[in-house]
Design a protein around this ligand. Structure first.
Ligand code: IMP
Ligand code: MG
Length: 179
């Protein structure tokens, strides 16, 4: 375990099981649809790389980058599009793939923008959910795992752009972000 990590919340074995479950649910639910997966950079790329290989129907993939004007551990809800999608959304069943649903402000703002572009449908898949922290009125259609209100890193999730490469979800020692 990494020295800055206090405890492991989701280990590699559990991550595999979660991805397999979500992949087969999505495969079933979207078999007659026109699936477009949208990865929100950068946190969701590791999850997306696994998830797309667990989906057994034709699908497309696109990316979007947003930046929130918050500090490193809390989002402000004010979101700027840094990189937009390349694909026009009309006719697609859009599935937004996120690393974590926290206050929900980022996704609530993004969904609003994306719905104006007339996708056939829009759903949300998040690897982690922190329901206790929710401020916006939003919930995911597919959730990997609900976790307690602790700052976590790994499997794509960062603190100050670090720890994304940890193969598990770990709780960061508070002294790492309090110093
Ligand atoms: P929200 O708008 O508050 O839901 O923030 C969502 C974004 O905040 C996520 O996509 C993450 O980038 C970041 N975030 C929220 N909680 C954590 C955490 O525990 N660890 C790392 N990043 C987090
Ligand atoms: Mg982040």
């Amino acid at each position: 375990m990494h020295n800055d990590v206090k405890e492991i919340l989701v280990n590699e074995e559990e991550i595999k099981q979660i991805v397999a479950r979500l992949g087969s649910q999505i495969t079933e639910d979207y078999k007659d649809k026109n699936l477009l997966l949208l990865s929100i950079l950068k946190g969701s790329v590791v999850f997306m790389a696994d998830l797309i290989r667990a989906i057994k129907i034709p699908c497309r993939l696109d990316f979007m980058a947003v930046s929130s004007y918050g500090n490193n551990i809390k989002s402000s809800g004010v979101v700027k599009i840094v990189k937009d999608l390349d694909i026009a959304l009309e006719g697609y069943d859009l599935l937004i793939v996120e690393d974590i649903l926290d206050s929900g402000k980022t996704l609530s703002y993004l969904s609003e923008i994306l719905l104006k572009r007339n996708p056939k449908s829009l759903k949300i898949c998040t690897f982690l959910d922190k329901p206790e922290r929710r401020e916006a009125n939003i919930c995911a259609d597919y959730t990997g795992k609900a976790v307690p209100d602790k700052f976590v890193v790994g499997y794509g999730l960062d603190y100050d752009e670090r720890y994304r490469n940890l193969p598990y979800i770990g709780v960061l020692k508070p002294e790492v972000y309090e110093k």
